[in-house]
Design a protein around this ligand. Sequence first.
Ligand SMILES: [Zn+2]
Length: 211
Amino acid sequence: MSTEIVKEIVCPQCGETQKYRLLAGINSQENPELKEQILQETLFDWRCDRCNYFAAMVYPFLYTDPQKRLVVSVTPTGTDSTVEPTAAIAPFTKRQVKNLAELKEKILIFDAGLDDAAVELVKDALCAIIRNSYQVNRLHAYFSRLNPETEEIEFAIFLPRREEPVYHATRMDVYKQSQEVLRTLDYHDPDGFATVDAKLARRIINEYQNS
Ligand SMILES: [Zn+2]
């Protein structure tokens, strides 16, 4: 069930008080339109009825996809998530992310039938190449899609001072090698809501190189 709480929000620009529908939980099967809003990254958008002031809201919520057996706890930095895995979601894959962009990436990865830990390893390799070729230190890469024609994995790369991402593709072989690395290390998800991100990928690669 998609659960919601209605809150009063005071517009920071004009002071008008308005009702805001805060979502505590989203079920993708029951509310595909909300899933769509996540994929469009508009779920948290808020616009003042009176002065048109625009803001992107930030608050914790739980995303559940019963079909993919996936539960993602969205816990923005500085907020507290008190989610405890219930019996109903115990066998599900459980992930923790910080924002809507990361949630969107998880949804796309699981919808494509891929393993997110292996995708993070692929991303780590790709980011090393991109840092080198663009001469940048900081960048953000997000899984974009699995191209059915070329069988390549496409990533959206956000470079410093550029609003629009650049897209780069990686061969499926790199993904298969990453799966092999995980198998060699006998990698299993940690208990509870696991953070499967670039940091985890680094730890796995270090462990693999030292083994
Ligand atoms: Zn306003």
